[in-house]
Design a protein around this ligand. Structure first.
Ligand SMILES: Cc1cc2nc3c(=O)[nH]c(=O)nc-3n(C[C@H](O)[C@H](O)[C@H](O)COP(=O)(O)OP(=O)(O)OC[C@H]3O[C@@H](n4cnc5c(N)ncnc54)[C@H](O)[C@@H]3O)c2cc1C
Length: 460
């Protein structure tokens, strides 16, 4: 099978689906989106743990190893946080990227958050349920107050004009806030979204504009590269001096296109440019339901309390990023990251049990004391991608390359990827880049990895 398209987008998570949406909006035709799983979910193909013997085999399949970072849990589903924060502290980020870099990052995430909220409210099938903009509360213990104050001052200085310092008394009257914390920084604009539904809705909107074709459950893409037009199957489709993007699937399918956008999250490890730059990380989601919450007491559309149990809350995260969580449908949905396992089997059951215990402790006054060691909970894990400097890898390594990267984030990929996807029509030359776009692009450009052979090659 052979086809010539303008753009082949690999990956239909929030990043790839957003890129497809912005390209259609810019009037680009013949765009194809490939995903070896389904839009916003990734693939559920289990991966076997080869370190186990046959007898140990049962139960050693990594059930969600190919689950995308955009996926949410089937129950307690409206749960992806769109936040503006750094994945580390502002101080850490500034040490590496400088004040100017930090200001750019905040501009990017602020704009990404606004863009995502705006598009989401117009395309989500049920926006009131799938997008909740209650804000986020960053929380610290009493012992960390002085350091946390400094963080607040820095965040203000680098462009978070709207954030507020909250004292203990305000935390105590905040629905769903754990009483263990002493002070907080409130981000009023942050939101929670069902990013699986959002990705699918972006693609429906793009498809409806008539320019985008979506191929789900395709054979996995195994390589993306740039070839001279003379080597194309159909050289006459391209100009003589043009280069062509070649996408090869595991089943042997070759697709030739004017551009490729690689938006595969943490799951694509075959590109030599990415090895050493993009590291797959596991993230866990645990949903701990309040035991006394019954179906009848839950009103799907209410953000208020029922039987003293919060139904929905804003996002919470703790200083140092040990935990992030929110109440959704009467359960605490909490997540944690594993930056160390990469492609090793993750120790999911232990990690999830720890998260469930932490939750029970943080809400000791709300949850009844557990009778047994174990806390009942639902869980899943998925993969996201992390870069050494915590910002995504975007754009092409050289002007002649046809592969445009749009991946690699940090645990807070939604806002940053939603912004960087808006750059794609400009990066592929379909629309002019504004001065601000070019300026912000510098922070995330793949060319910052100046010693990559393909970047050096392009500089010659
Ligand atoms: C459990 C978990 C919770 C998270 N929670 C948050 C959160 O609350 N807030 C936040 O901002 N971020 C969160 N993240 C980070 C998250 O990864 C990003 O926010 C974002 O959703 C990533 O989107 P993406 O499109 O880059 O990647 P993904 O959503 O991972 O999408 C990549 C897609 O590419 C496809 N693909 C991959 N390889 C191939 C191939 N070879 N061939 C064809 N298709 C391929 C996959 O099937 C998948 O659909 C979380 C991540 C995880 C794992």
């Amino acid at each position: 099978v052979m086809s010539v398209d303008n753009v082949v987008i690999v990956g239909a998570g929030v990043a790839g689906a957003s890129a497809a949406y912005h390209l259609s909006f810019a009037g680009v035709k013949n765009v194809v989106v490939l995903d070896c799983g389904t839009a916003g979910h990734g693939s559920l193909t289990p991966v076997k743990d080869c370190t186990k013997t046959e007898e140990q085999e049962e139960g050693s399949v990594f059930q969600f190893a190919h689950r995308s970072g955009s996926a949410v849990m089937p129950s307690a589903s409206t749960i992806k946080m769109i936040v503006r924060l750094f994945a580390s502290s502002a101080t850490d980020f500034i040490e590496h990227h400088g004040i100017e870099g930090a200001k750019k990052y905040i501009k990017i995430t602020t704009s990404g958050l606004e863009t995502e909220k705006e598009i989401a409210s117009s395309i989500l099938p049920n926006a009131a349920e799938q997008l909740r903009a209650f804000g986020s509360l960053y929380l610290a213990y009493e012992k960390d107050e002085a350091e946390f104050r400094k963080e607040f001052d820095i965040l203000k200085e680098i462009g978070c004009d709207d954030i507020e310092w909250w004292e203990k008394d305000q935390l105590l009257i905040t629905p769903g806030c754990s009483k263990k914390f002493h002070c907080g920084i409130f981000f009023p604009k942050d939101a929670i979204i069902n990013s699986s539904v959002y990705s699918a809705a972006l693609l429906s909107a793009a498809t409806a504009m008539g320019a985008v074709r979506v191929v789900e459950n395709c054979s996995p893409v195994v390589s993306v590269s740039t070839i001279p037009a003379s080597q194309a199957t159909c050289p006459s489709s391209f100009g003589e001096d043009e280069t062509v993007g070649l996408t090869v699937l595991q089943d042997g399918t070759r697709m030739e296109s004017r551009h490729i956008v690689l938006a595969t999250g943490g799951l694509f490890t075959n590109d030599p440019n990415l090895s050493g730059i993009v590291r797959p990380c596991w993230s866990y989601l645990v949903s701990v339901p309040h035991p006394e919450t019954t179906e009848e007491t839950l009103d799907a559309n209410s953000a208020t309390f029922s039987d003293g149990v919060p139904k929905f809350s804003m996002n919470f995260f703790s200083w140092g990023f040990t935990h992030d969580w929110s109440w959704t449908e009467g359960a605490v949905r909490i997540s944690g990251e594993d930056h160390f396992s990469a492609l090793k089997p993750p120790r999911a059951p232990q990690r999830c049990q720890n998260l469930a215990h932490w939750t029970q402790e943080a809400y000791g006054d709300v949850f009844p004391t557990p009778e047994a060691e174990t806390v009942p909970y639902e869980w899943q894990y998925g993969v996201y991608s992390e870069t050494p400097d915590s910002v995504p890898v975007v754009g092409r390594t050289s002007d002649s390359s046809k592969v445009c990267y749009l991946l690699g984030c940090n645990a807070w990929g939604q806002a940053v990827l939603s912004y960087t996807a808006t750059l794609v029509p400009g990066l592929l030359g379909y629309t002019p880049m504004t001065e601000e776009q070019s300026d912000l692009f510098e922070l995330v450009s793949v060319r910052r990895f100046a010693l990559l052979p393909s970047v050096l090659e392009g500089c010659k």
